[in-house]
Design a protein around this ligand. Structure first.
Ligand code: GAL
Length: 671
């Protein structure tokens, strides 16, 4: 398994490189990522290149058994370039052009920047394609960070062209966007504005298309780099990009991931302290982009922050976070960064080594994990979680709901994560998938909210249920069409027939008040259960044979259906009209899970996480203790623990921030 660090040899005197390589080897590091911000050194003047220093660094590292991932340096166009080509600088939504001084200043649409990028990427590829120590390429760095959308004149023309391709005629665009409203009818394409600040609240249909356009610009810009590389590099040098997790939602990552050989992403758990489930959600979402193992290209290895730094990772936490990533599908861990930089913006963003470069506590923790992976890493990589439950995620919904949440406090991430947490807490393996995914392998599919629905997606869900699947659809679904207009049939629109239900009325409750819900005990067998919903409620009217499983018990809609279940073909569809928190919905989700034949993990102590990965018929169970206390976890039976190479009894003790990797069979049978 690759185990590495992000290394910036250019930040240190060359005399130090040998020491770094030796310390890395002693920590069992076998991979570095280099070069992704070094354009000003690679090309100090236009078309005058210097690659020697990087070649030297690669050689020194290789002599210690360390391979290299090369980053293309386009996230940081140098000062000479920005001065010579001022048109490449992105324009913000407030119509101000970005100036030089940070990074990621460029517009991905700009033709000059595209040509310059092709130039540097090709030149770099020609130098390193034949280098036996280069195993992969990372394109740019964190597309969309800092300036996710550009509002420059070139983007405006490109957007107008994009719309022409999409709609064909102005009549079609006018219909799709409802432009009779407030005299927004366009009589030629050049009139179509960008949704800049001075527009005020612009048309949500235009806004959604602009988001889509801007996302596609990144995908196209990435494609240009992929093509430039593939023309030159051998197939065994694989191509990736470092994405930013579930949390970053400015680019449709399903699209961005499509042409990459594998996904990698940058994991900084300390910014989600105390919430390992949210980190798990991020890993899960990144694995789901290609439904294959991923890499962590930047894994937190110290206190982090630009002006103010986070708390220190507690002893054991760096290792635990890295194993958590592996538990959810990471096949490589690369720490950010090898040594803490002494200068410029990231002086306080710590790496494995302190500023002084001498090994300390965090280095020894990384070394411990390196030793472990050297022994068992091969057994872990390549495995995938078993297919059990899927949660549907849609970038269109992220955008539409950001533009118009509909109720105060309605937040897409909260809705998705409330369901994810419930399933995760029950120990059910979850995938995060797009609405057009092949759902046939899942026993349970949850659409926590599917606000914008296309006919293709509705058909995909219907086919899944028709063939025996169980689908749970959450409130406020089926509201919008592809253009971001409200549908003209009773809600949930294209999902009404499948769910056997109509939304009679809705109430945008917000977060300041709640609605009471009472579950039907006879039907659900859950005993007396009243719960509080919040944010939104759909007041339901079942159609045909649809059963009502819960009723509202407050306000003028007391006694009206709140949760329904219907048979559709061979399967079952639930529609849940209310929103609530993980804790509140847990009994319901447990009921749902059990109704599909999936088995929740029982008796998991709070703060202990379970995750599974299987390959070649053998499933490894990861137990991760995210608490500061020792925890005892009951096991389904005696198992074999890989890291300690011991057999367990029917329970296992996990130390503070400790973990176990359990196999049903002894390690020798695994190899
Ligand atoms: C990441 C980025 C790195 C570094 C790090 C710390 O998002 O990819 O280059 O900037 O954050 O700020």
């Amino acid at each position: 398994m690759y185990y590495g660090a992000d290394y910036y040899p250019e930040h240190w005197p060359q005399e130090r490189w040998e020491t770094d390589a030796r310390l890395m080897r002693e920590a069992h590091i076998n991979l570095v990522r280099m070069g992704e911000f070094a354009w000003s050194l690679f090309e100090p003047q236009q078309e005058h290149y210097d690659w020697d220093w990087l070649k030297r660094a690669i050689d020194i590292l290789a002599a210690h058994g360390i391979s290299t991932v090369l980053g293309t340096p386009t996230a940081t166009p140098p000062a000479w370039l920005c001065q010579a080509y001022p048109g490449i600088m992105a324009v913000e939504r407030n119509s101000q052009r970005v100036t030089f001084g940070e990074r990621r200043q460029y517009c991905p649409t700009n033709a000059s920047y595209r040509a310059l990028s092709r130039g540097i990427v090709t030149a770099m590829a020609e130098q390193f394609a034949g280098n036996p120590h280069v195993v992969a390429w990372q394109l740019d760095n964190e597309f969309g960070g800092h300036h996710p959308r550009c509002y420059c004149p070139e983007c405006q023309c490109a957007f107008q062209d994009w719309l022409l391709q999409r709609y064909g005629t102005l009549a079609a665009l006018r219909e799709a966007w409802g432009t009779h409203f407030w005299s927004h009818d366009y009589t030629n394409w050049a009139q179509i504005p960008l949704p800049v600040d001075s527009n005020g609240v612009s048309n949500p249909c235009l806004e959604l298309d602009f988001y889509r356009f801007a996302s596609e610009q990144w995908v196209a810009y990435q494609q240009l780099q992929i093509e430039a590389l593939r023309r030159v590099i051998p197939a065994h040098q694989r191509i990736t990009h470092n994405l930013m997790g579930f949390n970053f939602q400015e680019i449709d990552y399903f699209d961005l991931a499509r042409e990459l050989d594998f996904v990698s992403w940058d994991n900084y758990p300390i910014f989600q302290t105390g919430d390992p489930a949210y980190i798990a959600l991020n890993h899960t979402a990144m694995r789901g982009l290609k439904d294959m193992p991923f890499w962590v290209m930047e894994e937190q290895s110290g206190p982090s922050g630009w002006q103010v730094m986070s708390r220190q990772p507690r002893p054991g936490q760096i290792r635990l976070w890295a194993y958590q990533a592996i538990a959810h599908g990471a096949d490589a861990i690369v720490y950010f960064r090898w040594r803490t930089c002494r200068f410029n913006t990231e002086e306080y963003w710590h790496g494995i080594l302190e500023h002084h470069g001498q090994p300390r506590r965090r280095y020894y923790e990384v070394q411990q994990m390196g030793q472990e992976l050297a022994r068992v890493g091969e057994k872990l990589e390549g495995a995938m979680p078993p297919k059990a439950a899927a949660i549907i995620m849609s970038y269109d919904d992220i955008r539409t709901l950001r533009l118009q949440p509909g109720a105060r406090g309605l937040a897409y991430n909260d809705i998705i994560s409330s369901y994810f947490r419930a399933l995760h807490q029950l120990g059910i393996p979850v995938d995060i998938v797009p609405p057009n995914a092949d759902l046939s392998l899942y026993k349970l599919v949850v659409a926590p909210i599917l606000h914008l629905v296309t006919q293709e997606w509705a058909d995909n869900l219907s086919n899944y249920v028709n063939q025996g699947g169980t689908l749970w659809v959450g409130a406020r679904s089926g509201v919008k069409d592809t253009s971001n207009r409200v549908v003209d049939s009773p809600l949930p629109g294209l999902l009404a027939e499948l769910c056997g239900v109509e939304v009679e009325e809705y109430d945008a409750i917000g977060r300041a008040s709640t609605c009471e819900v009472e579950l039907d005990k006879a039907l659900l067998g859950l005993g007396e259960l009243r719960l509080a919903g919040h944010t939104w409620c759909d007041i339901l009217q079942p159609r045909g044979d649809t059963e009502t499983l819960a009723y509202y018990a407050s306000d003028y809609y007391t006694g009206k259906p709140a949760l329904t279940r219907t048979r559709y073909g061979l399967g079952t569809a639930f529609y849940c009209g209310f929103m609530t928190d993980t804790g509140t919905m847990l009994p319901l989700v447990r009921y749902l899970v059990e109704s599909t034949g999936l088995e929740p993990w029982s008796g998991l102590p709070e703060g202990v996480e379970v995750a599974r990965r299987a390959k070649e018929g053998i499933e490894l169970t990861y137990l991760l203790n995210h608490t500061t206390e020792p925890q005892s976890v009951a096991l389904p039976g005696a198992m074999f623990e890989l890291l300690t190479q011991t057999n367990t009894s029917s329970s296992i003790e996990l130390g503070p921030y400790g973990l176990a990797i359990l196999s049903p069979v002894a390690i020798d049978k695994l190899s």
